[in-house]
Design a protein around this ligand. Structure first.
Ligand code: RIB
Ligand code: CA
Length: 314
């Protein structure tokens, strides 16, 4: 694919094992021209997820500016998830040291720079709390029209995974999500409705260990670690949330999507951070989100393998 036809992309996330797998895939998507990586605190602190972002970029050969974003949500205190991702935020295999230093501008300004300089609209793949994206929309409303789509992992129409109704990324910063979902910018939402079905089983990721390239082996060892806690709490496989936000852009055919109006609950003692679906359009509002409801799991796993094989070996 010629350089001129590629989709300019910003990867924003809180790596995090599933962010890491998402970026492994993104780095081999020929349709993408990755313009920047921006980090946001979530799975671990900002310092830790940023160091992880640098190491993932070094591992995958992603050579683009990397900038640090929000260390805390817009309102409230940071929640981290060491139970799932470990003390480092990316426990498991040894990773290469960073090849690129962190930019001396904040994430929002790097995002704005990419949007301003791009002759085409830019896609933002946001797989952490939505704080950086919200800050971009608040600080640079004039650049909204330069955003093609925000493909995000977050929310869930029927359940949460951190509180009963709220999913981690949205619960971390509901005000940020509210700003985003009311911005008018096109959104593809990979919520728990699809990501809890985007499961890979230990027998399936065994193949990665024997592919003959370091990235595939690293993915297998990331999944070994990520699955530990999931298995302890009753899951039969590893739920790969963030890769859905990448694959929805390059293989929409494996997903089932529905345009809906979604509201973000920012109040409520029990429901803060809930993504509330207007299933029957009772509010009479135009849809603000393309929600992913289902996927072909077998094809999803096949694609994970296809992209990982692109790093070499057999
Ligand atoms: O709820 C799952 C989401 O929260 C994923 O993006 C995971 O990486 C964490 O950020
Ligand atoms: Ca994430």
């Amino acid at each position: 694919m010629s350089e001129i036809n590629k989709r300019p992309v910003i990867l924003d996330g809180d790596p995090g094992h599933d962010d890491a797998v998402a970026w492994v895939i993104a780095a081999k998507c020929e349709e993408f021209d990755i313009k920047a990586i921006t980090t946001v605190a979530g799975n671990q602190t900002l310092e830790k997820v940023t160091y992880n972002a640098q190491r993932i970029a070094a591992l995958c050969g992603i050579d683009c500016p990397i900038a640090k974003g929000a260390a805390v949500p817009l309102v409230g205190n940071l929640i981290i998830a060491p139970g799932y991702h470990g003390v480092s935020g990316l426990d498991g295999p040894k990773l290469p040291e960073p090849k690129r230093a962190i930019e001396n501008i904040p994430a929002v300004e790097l995002m704005a720079k990419v949007l301003k300089e791009s002759k085409d609209k830019v896609t933002i793949i946001a797989t952490g709390p939505q704080t950086n994206v919200a800050c971009l929309l608040l600080a640079h409303p004039e650049l909204k029209e330069k955003i093609e789509v925000i493909s995000l992992m977050g929310g869930g129409l029927r359940n949460g995974n951190w509180t009963a109704p709220a999913e981690f990324n949205i619960l971390e910063d509901p005000e940020a999500a509210y700003i985003e979902y009311h911005s008018g910018v096109p959104i593809i939402m990979a919520g728990l409705d699809v990501t809890e079905k985007a499961m890979i089983f230990p027998s399936e990721w065994e193949e990665f260990r024997n592919m003959g390239n370091d990235v595939a082996r690293t993915v297998a060892e990331w999944l070994d670690f990520f699955f530990k806690h999931l298995h302890e709490i009753g899951w039969e496989g590893a739920t790969l949330h963030d890769p859905c936000a990448v694959l929805a852009l390059v293989h929409p055919e494996i997903f089932t999507m529905k345009d809906m109006y979604i509201e973000i609950e920012t109040k409520g003692e029990y429901c803060r951070g809930e993504t509330v679906p207007d299933w029957d359009n009772r509010l009479g509002k135009d849809s603000n989100v393309k929600v992913i409801l289902d996927l072909d799991r077998v094809r999803f796993v096949e694609l994970l393998k296809e992209y990982t094989r692109k790093y070499g070996g057999k």
